[in-house]
Design a protein around this ligand. Structure first.
Ligand SMILES: [Ca+2]
Length: 392
């Protein structure tokens, strides 16, 4: 779809679910239309100028080419398409007008997202939590559109201002959503960084590797978009973290996505209370209050936790899993999570947290302290990863 149509459609769709700032939305839409009108005017004026020039030079075919372009443009209103036909001068003109329009649209989106940010803060203070959540989700939609624009039409880096973070930048103390993948991160004060709310999913991974397939187990699909990505090793996870940092770099204020160190993983599995297992201290876990392991629902031939049923025979959609006290879902179970040796994130430490395939025979495997220190390069049906966002 054409970028501008898409922008307008996304804005309109996101706007439907939303009531708290219709005034802001109306003003945004008006400004957006004004930019389009001005771009249209600029383009037509440019075509008039070109036609005059060609007529004065006595070039009939060129004059006709400009007239054709004007006719086409007045019919479908798309400047970008005009760049592909007619005189090279028309193409140049189209590029200039598009650059003008993009610059203003990006500035407008930045201003809009900044207003939404203040609105979220105000609504939160006023204890209008539902409205604040709706506004936050709107803000994420705008950031997503912005990221899309800036990927297609890269602008030179603005000069950093140390006094105030750039608009739409990840801010300590506030949860974060990756603009390009919608991956969610929770601000964890104790670690002074953000931790992935969920394990990285197939859908998120396919933003980078469109053909990735996490397969199935005994005819149960493990390849749905919201199930965790499988068949990725430590290097694959590293490459994904670097790729995502690059994609979102304008919004990260110098932070980067990386793999957690083992120490960090233990900290967010134990949630500051030294618990033995990710769900607490008791064995066995209680159904509905722990992650996805091999419980009664399991279909594999190996042992099960007979008193436990999490409802998922294979990997579970990450957002369907129990959240620990720090708001992180599926830290124990579902997939072994790749961890680094230290916070540089670059050297393999171990796989942590056990998986959907682990059950009764050895409860130690399910402890917070359990680790698989071998097999950094293994890709299989129970290993994946979770990212953190950190300034280290
Ligand atoms: Ca299970």
């Amino acid at each position: 779809m054409k970028p501008f149509l898409r922008t307008i459609m996304m804005i309109a769709l996101a706007g439907q679910a939303f009531g708290a700032h219709s005034n802001l939305e109306t003003r945004y839409q008006a400004a957006r239309q004004d930019i389009d009108k001005q771009a249209e005017k600029l383009f037509l004026q440019g075509l008039d100028g070109l036609e005059t020039k060609m007529r004065e030079a006595g070039l009939l075919m060129e004059v006709l080419s400009v007239r054709n372009e004007r006719e086409r443009f007045q019919k479908d209103g798309n400047i970008a398409e005009g760049a592909k036909v007619g005189l090279p001068q028309i193409s140049e003109l189209a590029k200039k007008v598009e650059a003008w329009r993009n610059e203003r649209t990006i500035a407008l989106l930045n201003a809009y997202s900044s207003r939404l940010e203040s609105l979220v803060a105000t609504l939160t203070k006023e204890n209008r939590i539902e409205d604040a959540i709706a506004t936050e989700s709107r803000l994420n939609a705008v950031r997503f559109i912005l990221a899309d624009f800036e990927t297609k039409f890269p602008e030179p880096e603005p000069k950093p201002n140390p006094e105030s973070p750039a608009r739409g930048t990840a801010q300590a103390g506030r949860n974060w959503t990756s603009p390009s993948t919608k991956m969610e991160f929770v601000w964890i004060k104790a670690l002074n960084m953000w931790v992935g709310k969920f394990e990285v999913t197939n859908g998120e991974y396919r933003n980078k590797e469109p053909n990735h397939n996490s397969g199935n187990f005994m005819n149960r699909s493990m390849n749905e978009d919201r199930q965790p990505v499988l068949f990725v090793n430590f290097q694959d996870a590293l490459a994904y973290a670097e790729w995502l940092t690059e994609r979102d770099s304008k919004f990260l204020g110098g932070a980067r996505y990386r793999l957690p160190s083992e120490q960090e993983w233990t900290a967010f599995a134990q949630c500051g209370d030294g618990r033995e297992y990710p769900w607490g201290n008791q064995w066995p876990p209680v159904s509905g209050r722990a992650g996805n392991y091999h419980g009664r629902e399991g279909i594999a031939a190996w042992s099960k936790i007979e008193t436990f049923n999490d409802g998922f025979p294979v990997t579970a959609p990450v957002d369907k899993l129990w959240a620990n006290p720090w708001g992180l879902h599926g830290v124990g179970g579902n997939v072994w999570e790749a961890c680094a040796e230290d916070s540089s994130g670059s050297t393999f430490g171990a796989w942590r947290g056990a998986s959907w395939g682990h059950g009764q025979d050895n409860p130690d495997t399910l402890r917070c302290s359990a680790r698989r220190a071998k097999g950094a390069s293994i890709r299989n049906y129970n290993r994946g990863f979770r990212l953190v966002l950190s300034r280290d």
